[in-house]
Design a protein around this ligand. Structure first.
Ligand code: ADP
Ligand code: MG
Length: 731
């Protein structure tokens, strides 16, 4: 083998991986018996709590009624008993800080008893509220470091669960994380607030449609999770993958994804074994994982759950990401959730399937098959169109990250322009709605396009369009611009809140138009739909989102095209968005601005680390290899010349040394615009972010380009970094 020794060793380890060692789960244990076994579920609560306490808790969970604090002690005691019976020694408040990650603070149940022994203790207070030292979590200036207090507060609506480790079990309690002034420091709090706002406005619209019995309306979410898996022998030889989550170097492999031979192909045995264990772990936690398949890029996969209420789906997706990473290690694999780990190959997204509904009226974005249901469906659907049109900038902002910038706008992911794909049939309905009362000549004579006469809309109301960032897919919308490693909380909050606003405006208009007389509803709805269909038409696009023409057309339509995170993030703090979140009590201006500051800082830190890595890897790994090779070529050339032989190696030597010169220049240029430490007092504000995006990133790309070219020239035995070919195809 001609490969560099470290690569050679990695390849040998992969080849020697013992595939007989894959079985790690007890197949005798049927899924029915493990599903939800580690969850303190409604059933368990019903069995273990006094009737009155259970009833009160259930009301909070199912109808959104305020939590009665007096039940906490009873619930805590039942939870503790269950946890101890199942071998737990600790409990942890789990929360979701603005880093987008999951945080947990563990406490032991046990306290010393008198002079000897110990007693397990867990009070209602400990259940309801925790106080982790919050000073190291980003707060965007809400909480000065000297006021380090942050509280975690029990979220009853997301079930507590036991988290297993080979050496013990921990009772995990999902919580919101707030400052001592009551401001949200996390991703969960605004999700809960936005769901409340959405419920309130959806109720008003449903009342207008004459429903008497209306249960709590919730947003529902089903996030499809894409990820890569590579052998960890390669992973640990790549400082860029370890520290930045993506490759900062790497020439394209001879074979990429052009054969489309991976999509839905047979899943490799080791990967399938891994998936089985992941699913089993998730089943135990009551996470309804449903699908698994190979994705388009080599070594890329996807898993998706059955949808759940938004808040629970968000918590569960955090756990899915965690389990995907943790279990990989058991199979000698590394799970990569970055949005664009490999240049020129498909990136990873997290298609967020989103809808709203309740137990009495069902899914409100389901067209149904009666005209009456259609009218109601069309109103909800039009509300989405109206909301997305008005708040396209916000939707772009909530999917913005340094990672996702490499995906959005590249040729496989949705473009950075937000538009809606409705599908042929629904698009046609909107077309008809535009003309409202006007007659059309579709059939003989004239037809009034009243809501009641619209055709029933079948579930698959059109083809699929993978290029659209926001597509109607039969009975839900699919927000495809979300990044694979991102929390779905931000996008959920945005969708719920803009929908609440649109429904609020619609309800007000219809209430005014009907004045309580529901016989006037039809004509009022028709007028409303006509206006939305006309006003919001620019956001509707059925064509190819990747094409150049669309970019031009979108500009003509006045749609935003925010290519980079710094551009997109400023959309978070426009007067329109500030008043939106304030009006529906989802985020105060201070909370919103703090988020803006944190996301800007996050962006800067991400690019900073990547630039540091680029410089370090180029100087200490790539350049030395190239120089060594150039030295060998120079020696050969000198020898040939001394022997009076034709000097055939000189052109290659010239090419390599020219490449080295280019690389060195590119490194120097990067160093000129980037200050690795950031220096004391560096402010990671929007100006710095713009500097990173317009100066540092292009300089990094130039270094990469020079290095990738050298990779195609330098002898294999000198190249120290695992290649794309090795990482993606040797498994
Ligand atoms: P598709 O083939 O369009 O991707 P699937 O039926 O496989 O559709 O669903 C994809 C994801 O959408 C799944 O996670 C699924 O649970 C979710 N989903 C289905 N219905 C809804 C809904 N009403 N609200 C939110 N998500 C949904
Ligand atoms: Mg889908």
């Amino acid at each position: 083998m001609s490969a560099h020794p470290t690569r050679h060793q990695a390849i040998t380890s992969v080849i020697n991986f013992d595939h007989n060692d894959l079985s790690r789960i007890d197949l005798e244990e049927p899924v029915e018996s493990i599903y939800g076994q580690n969850v303190f579920s409604m059933d368990l609560m019903e069995a273990r709590l006094p009737k009155a306490v259970f009833k009160s808790l259930k009301k909070t969970i199912e109808s959104g009624e305020p939590l009665d604090p007096t039940v906490a002690d009873v619930v805590a005691s039942a939870m503790k008993e269950w946890a101890l019976e199942n071998g737990a020694t600790h409990y942890a408040h789990v929360f979701y800080p603005l880093t987008g990650l999951t945080a947990e603070k563990h406490d032991s149940f046990y306290t010393p008893k008198g002079s000897s022994g110990t007693i397990a203790h867990f009070s209602g207070n400990a259940l309801i509220q925790g106080e982790p030292d919050a000073s190291s979590f980003p707060s965007g200036g809400i909480r000065a470091t000297f006021e380090a207090r942050g509280y975690t507060v029990w979220d009853v609506t997301s079930p507590a669960f036991l988290y297993e480790n080979p050496n013990g079990r921990t009772l995990c309690i999902p919580t919101a994380f707030i400052s001592w002034t009551g401001e949200a420091l996390d991703k969960k709090t605004p999700v809960l607030r936005s769901m409340q706002a959405l419920n309130k406005q959806a109720q008003r619209v449903l009342q207008l449609f004459g429903h008497k019995d209306i249960s709590m309306v919730s947003s529902t979410a089903g996030p499809e999770q894409e990820y890569f898996l590579i052998d960890k022998n390669f992973f640990y030889l790549r400082p860029d993958l370890i520290n930045a989550g993506r490759t900062l170097f790497g020439a394209p492999p001879p074979k990429g994804q052009e054969f489309a031979d991976q999509y839905f192909g047979a899943i490799p045995e080791r990967v399938l074994a891994y998936m089985h264990e992941c699913e089993r772990e998730l089943f135990k936690l009551g996470i309804p994982i449903k699908t698994r398949h190979n994705e388009v890029a080599p070594s890329q996969y996807e898993t998706a759950p059955i949808f759940e209420f938004g808040n629970v789906a968000a918590d569960h997706n955090q756990m899915v990401m965690h389990v995907l990473k943790r279990v990989a290690d058991h199979y000698g694999l590394a799970a990569i959730l970055h949005e664009k780990p490999f240049l020129r190959l498909n990136g990873s997204g997290k298609h967020l399937n989103w809808s709203l509904g309740n137990s009495t009226q069902g899914n409100l974005l389901d067209p149904g098959d009666t005209p009456h249901a259609n009218a109601q469906f069309l109103v909800f659907c039009a509300a989405v169109v109206k909301a997305v049109y008005k708040h396209q900038g916000l939707l772009r902002a909530v999917v913005a990250s340094a990672h996702n910038d490499h995906r959005l706008g590249a040729n496989e992911a949705p473009p950075a322009i937000i538009s809606i794909f409705l599908g042929d049939q629904l698009r046609d309905v909107f077309e008809q709605l535009k003309s409202g009362n006007a007659s059309t000549s579709k059939s003989k004579g004239s037809m009034t396009v009243g809501v009641d006469v619209l055709p029933p809309i079948p579930k698959d109301a059109g083809d699929r369009n993978r290029t659209s960032p926001f597509a109607f897919t039969g009975n839900k919308f699919e927000f495809r611009a979300v990044g694979a490693s991102a929390s779905i909380a931000g996008p959920l909050v945005a969708l719920n809140t803009i929908m609440a606003e649109a429904l609020d405006e619609i309800a007000t208009e219809l209430e005014n138009a009907t004045g309580g007389d529901l016989t006037k509803l039809n004509s009022a709805v028709q007028k409303l739909l006509q206006k939305i269909a006309k006003d919001c038409e620019p956001i509707l696009f059925e064509g190819d989102g990747y094409s150049e023409e669309w970019h031009k057309e979108a500009a003509k339509r006045g749609l935003k095209n925010l290519r980079t995170t710094p551009e997109a993030l400023t959309e978070l703090i426009t007067p329109q968005v500030i008043s939106l979140f304030e009006k529906y009590n989802v985020l105060s201006e201070r909370e919103l601005r703090s988020r803006f500051d944190i996301y800007v800082e996050n962006y800067c830190l991400n690019v900073k680390v990547e630039a540091n890595l680029t410089i370090e890897m180029a100087k200490t790994i790539i350049l030395p290899a190239c120089l060594r090779y150039a030295g060998e070529l120079a020696g050969i050339a000198a020898n040939l010349q001394a022997s009076g032989l034709p000097n055939t190696d000189v052109p290659l030597l010239k090419e390599v040394t020219a490449g080295i010169e280019k690389l060195q220049k590119a490194i120097a240029a990067l160093e000129a615009v980037h200050h690795p430490g950031g220096g004391h007092g560096t402010v990671y504000d929007i100006q710095t972010a713009k500097h990173f995006s317009t100066k540092v990133l292009p300089a990094m790309n130039a270094v990469r380009e020079a290095a990738d070219h050298l990779e195609t020239l330098v002898a294999d035995e000198y190249w120290p970094l695992p290649t794309y070919q090795e990482m993606l195809f040797i498994k």
